[in-house]
Design a protein around this ligand. Structure first.
Ligand SMILES: Cc1cc2nc3c(=O)[nH]c(=O)nc-3n(C[C@H](O)[C@H](O)[C@H](O)COP(=O)(O)O)c2cc1C
Length: 400
């Protein structure tokens, strides 16, 4: 089943009687994992209460282009940039006509002009309005511009007519939005991803670990599943929700992770090593809690096995992708890692930059292979993950 996990959706509600169904559309989008923000037009406000939409979306409803407070925070350009998809549902005849003309006289039409997000339009109106030549031409024009029209249904209408023009069912609108993110580029492929940090025990209550949240790995898992792959996750210490459609194996230490990877690796087409595996572990783990006997103490460390390099050295192995967190000489260091570990691709994170990488919601990476070094510009980890998976699929699985 397709889903909208981590997707940001702006729902535009315009002045059709069907606007009373818009809180249900918000719910159906949330059911699939989306975060939803709502823009209501003046017409929309006549048919649905702001309070309902605000309560259900759990976000302030946006309705005014000239709202001073809004323009300081989530203004029209911010909303336009924030969205992965904008869905206008219901889309009134008037709003559809405005889009055709590129008008920008209210918040919704202005956001539509300012966005690079995908746009979906769900018309809802009387059957004769829908059948009019003007409406047919307008929808054709919007299709030509790349907008996706969610076709209305046939049936009894609010005005008593029976015909075509009923708003598509809220669950159908959510499903069509989710379908936008589904592809089959990795259908039939098995993918193994490690993610999160490992914990290396010092004694029964203490350990050495790191700040990894598992966000990037989980975003990659969503992207792989959306692309049709059977996905297995080997999960260390994380602070994100688990992708329920994947097979999950929990581990604690680097040794556990190594064993779990080796057990699963044979059947894989692609291995993505995204976990923050500790390079070292305490040489010995104390059986009992270490007592404070002095003002300082020394813990001797010993090297952990390199999981990625070990997989790369297997006689038969999947395509192997590693992550490199660098703070200086980024590209050069990543290229050295690619060569030394003998892997097929490295995703390079510049962890010296604030606001991206470790523990943050955003990232900016370079994808480096033997023949390619490509920058993927700053975006949410989910979008970055989708771009990485798309490029890996194109590079390594296109002709198979
Ligand atoms: C009771 C009533 C019901 C309406 N229902 C619809 C409708 O279902 N679809 C539609 O396109 N317009 C409908 N309209 C007309 C729009 O509300 C009107 O064109 C409005 O200007 C739309 O504004 P907006 O597109 O900025 O939201 C209705 C108007 C009224 C008074």
């Amino acid at each position: 089943m397709s889903d909208l996990t981590n997707k940001r959706i702006v729902l535009g509600v315009s002045g059709s009687i069907a606007a009373y169904k818009s809180p249900d559309i918000v719910r159906r989008l949330q059911d699939l994992g989306a975060e939803v923000r709502v823009i209501v037009t003046n017409g929309g406000r006549e048919f649905v209460s702001e309070r309902s939409l605000q309560t259900i979306s759990k976000n302030k409803v946006h309705d005014n282009l000239w709202d001073k407070e809004a323009e300081l925070a989530m203004g029209h350009i911010e909303l336009a940039k924030w969205a992965d998809v904008i869905i206008i549902a219901p889309a009134s005849a008037n709003t559809i006509a405005k889009l055709c003309h590129g008008r920008a006289d209210d918040l919704l039409s202005t956001v539509i002009l300012a966005t690079e997000a995908k746009i979906m339009i769900a018309p809802a109106m009387n059957q004769h309005m829908f059948a009019s030549s003007a409406m047919k031409d307008n929808l054709q024009l919007l299709r030509k511009r790349g907008m996706l029209i969610i076709e209305p249904g046939f049936g009894e209408q609010a005005c008593g007519d029976i015909g075509e023009g009923r708003l598509a069912e809220p669950s159908e609108i959510a499903k069509q939005a989710a379908d936008l993110f589904t592809s089959s580029v990795l259908s039939g492929k098995n993918i193994l991803i490690t993610l999160g940090g490992t914990k290396e025990s010092i004694d029964p209550v203490r350990f050495i670990s790191n700040h990894s949240s598992g966000k990037m790995g989980m975003a990659l898992a969503h992207a792989c599943i959306q692309a049709g792959a059977k996905t297995t996750l080997i999960v260390g210490s994380i602070s994100v929700n688990i992708e329920k459609r994947a097979e999950i194996i929990h581990v604690v230490s680097a040794d556990d992770m190594y064993k779990a990877v080796m057990k699963k690796i044979k059947s894989q087409d692609l291995f993505i090593s995204c976990a923050a595996v500790a390079d070292f572990k305490p040489k010995t783990t104390n059986k009992h809690k270490i007592k404070k006997t002095d003002h300082s103490m020394t813990i001797k460390l010993t090297e952990n096995k390199d999981i990625l390099a070990s997989v790369c050295q297997l006689e038969t192995r999947p395509i192997c992708v590693g992550f490199a967190a660098e703070t200086e000489n980024h590209i050069e260091n990543a290229k050295i890692k690619l060569k030394n570990k003998m892997c097929d691709a490295i995703v390079l994170n510049d962890v010296s930059k604030t606001g991206i990488g470790l523990n943050s919601n955003d990232n900016e990476v370079h994808l480096i292979t033997k023949n390619l070094s490509e920058k993927i510009e700053k975006n949410t980890k989910q979008i970055i993950a989708e771009k990485i998976i798309d490029k890996l699929a194109n590079n390594f699985f296109q002709s198979s």
